[in-house]
Design a protein around this ligand. Structure first.
Ligand SMILES: C[S@@+](CC[C@H](N)C(=O)[O-])C[C@H]1O[C@@H](n2cnc3c(N)ncnc32)[C@H](O)[C@@H]1O
Length: 333
């Protein structure tokens, strides 16, 4: 069957060299709904999710987050080699690009704001709303402020983390997002947000008593816990943690728009003979119990700032787990 001719926007009629989603340059006419963004690639105006071009979109959906590129030929060859087995990212922990790491490091596990920024840029459009029910010193909120026109709300039990976040915003001259000191179990009772609808929930919760567990090998220092508060999910046993975490996420998800995304960071811990400790798989199973929330896949983030230790040497294999999972779910009603 012959398709009706589409009306074209002026200027889209001529063939030109454009950058396609796979990064290749091709000569073709633009469709009515396409805008040529030059080196950024082609933007499809039907894009309801974000403001990215096809090329930028393709880069993001790679399951491994790559941000560190080779600076010279030698590094390129090494990087190419590494790419076959491991892909790395290394966000600065000092200087201007560290975005207040001097203050944020007072928290046991701050997330790099640039990493959160890139996730927010994929899952929201300009004007979008982002929620983090376990904000810590505000990796998510800072990530939102690194983009134009995003609104974020964060919750944390610990007042001192919120104070640090506010100081970072002042030091870095970044927009202060709404940071609330509260137990996120009470999320639906918080006046400022109970009527807000969010485009994205992006969070990095504590995983039961993982921080204070006994460590092996070279990394013996006890990182303690996030807080001494018994309401802190980081002070629960793993068995208590899973359903309590799900209940909080279920409440948060009721504030998520239909087709909005839920993105959760998670790191596995060393397996024992009793249990595999694949936390990411347990979290997916637990979150799938929430009605209308569907698991869509994950990305892996390899944080190259973490030290390697010769765990197990010279007796047995003990894995160095330097990567974290970025679990991606969508609300579909
Ligand atoms: C892994 S940290 C988040 C770090 C954060 N992504 C950042 O960039 O700083 C988890 C946070 O959850 C907070 N938390 C634990 N239980 C909570 C609860 N019931 N309600 C609100 N916050 C809680 C802890 O105080 C801790 O700061």
């Amino acid at each position: 069957m012959r398709k009706d001719k589409q009306t074209r926007l002026p200027g889209n009629n001529q063939e030109k060299v454009v950058i396609c989603a796979n990064g290749r340059k091709v000569k073709r006419k633009l469709k009515d709904y396409e805008i040529d963004m030059g080196e950024r690639g082609i933007y499809n105006t039907k894009n309801k999710l974000n403001d990215l071009t096809g090329k930028e979109w393709t880069f993001f959906i790679n399951s491994v987050q790559v941000t560190d590129f080779a600076k010279n030929e030698e590094e390129f060859r090494l990087w190419k080699y590494l790419q076959e087995s491991i892909i790395e990212t290394k966000y600065p922990t000092d200087g201007k690009d560290s975005i207040g790491h001097n203050l944020r490091k007072l928290h046991p596990s701050p997330k790099p704001p640039q990493l959160m920024r890139d996730i927010i840029a994929f899952f929201t459009k300009s004007g979008g709303w982002i929620l983090d029910p376990f904000m810590g010193v505000g990796g998510t909120l800072l990530g939102a402020s690194l983009l134009e026109n995003r609104n974020a709300v964060g919750i944390d039990l610990e007042k001192k983390y919120i104070e640090i976040y506010n100081k970072v915003c002042e030091q870095e001259h970044l927009k202060k997002q709404l940071a609330i000191c509260e137990d996120s179990r009470n999320i639906l009772k918080i006046e400022q947000i109970k009527n807000q609808k969010f485009d994205l929930i992006l969070t990095d919760p504590p995983y039961a008593n993982m921080l204070s567990r006994k460590r092996t090998g070279g990394d013996r220092k006890d990182k303690g816990s996030f807080t001494k508060d018994e309401r802190d999910l980081g002070n629960l046993s793993y068995e208590q943690f899973l359903p309590e975490f799900r209940e909080i996420i279920e409440k948060a998800v009721s504030l998520l728009k239909n087709k909005g995304y839920l993105v959760i960071f998670c790191k596995d811990i060393q397996p024992t003979n009793k249990y595999h400790n694949l936390l990411h798989a347990d979290i997916v199973n637990e979150i799938r119990k929430i009605p209308n929330i569907y698991f869509k896949g994950y990305k892996i983030w390899y944080d190259k700032t973490i030290n390697l230790y010769p765990y197990g040497y010279p007796f047995s294999y003990v894995s160095n787990q330097l990567h974290q999972f970025i679990l991606i779910f969508r609300k579909e009603i």
